[in-house]
Design a protein around this ligand. Structure first.
Ligand SMILES: [Fe+2]
Length: 155
């Protein structure tokens, strides 16, 4: 099938990370609320810059059907990927250091956290742009929906 070019979200994230001098704002760190800034929005994807102080992280969430990727501009983050098999949630953790990144599919559920002692900066790509996302929590009953949110806050 010719003519269809799928964007490589990880390559886009990497490109934006490498172009830090062109970011419209310098990254800031906010101890009260994680700082984020949208770098670009196209018909096919959006790119966000996020900062993480030690201890800051997301809740467990999906991306409302968007796929994407994230890339570590600096620092180290841990991603906990949650998968459910036979109603039993499993959590797989991986650490991503500076220059590491990964793509995720449209059904990916994860949480990201800075469990290191240094601040981290990451670039996140979502395609298509986020419209909604669901937050979850792990409970004895499995993966429980907490809230469904319109896009706005970034993950
Ligand atoms: Fe996410």
């Amino acid at each position: 099938m010719g003519g269809i070019v799928r964007a490589d979200h990880l390559a886009i994230a990497q490109e934006f990370s490498a172009a830090a001098s062109a970011w419209p704002v310098p990254p800031r760190f906010d101890p009260v609320e994680r700082w984020y800034h949208r770098l670009t929005l196209t018909d096919d994807y959006e790119v966000w810059l996020l900062t993480w102080l030690p201890g800051q992280g997301t809740e467990i969430h999906d991306h409302g059907g968007s796929a994407g990727a994230f890339y570590l501009h600096s620092g180290t983050l841990v991603e906990d990927t949650v998968s459910v098999r036979d109603r039993t949630p499993r959590v797989a953790s991986r650490e991503l250091g500076e220059g590491a990144g990964r793509r995720f599919g449209s059904h990916h559920i994860h949480r990201i956290e800075n469990r290191s002692s240094r601040p981290a900066i990451s670039v996140h790509v979502y395609g298509p742009a986020l419209t909604s996302m669901t937050k979850y929590r792990l409970s004895p009953a499995g993966l429980e929906v907490l809230t469904v949110e319109r896009a706005g806050a970034q993950w």
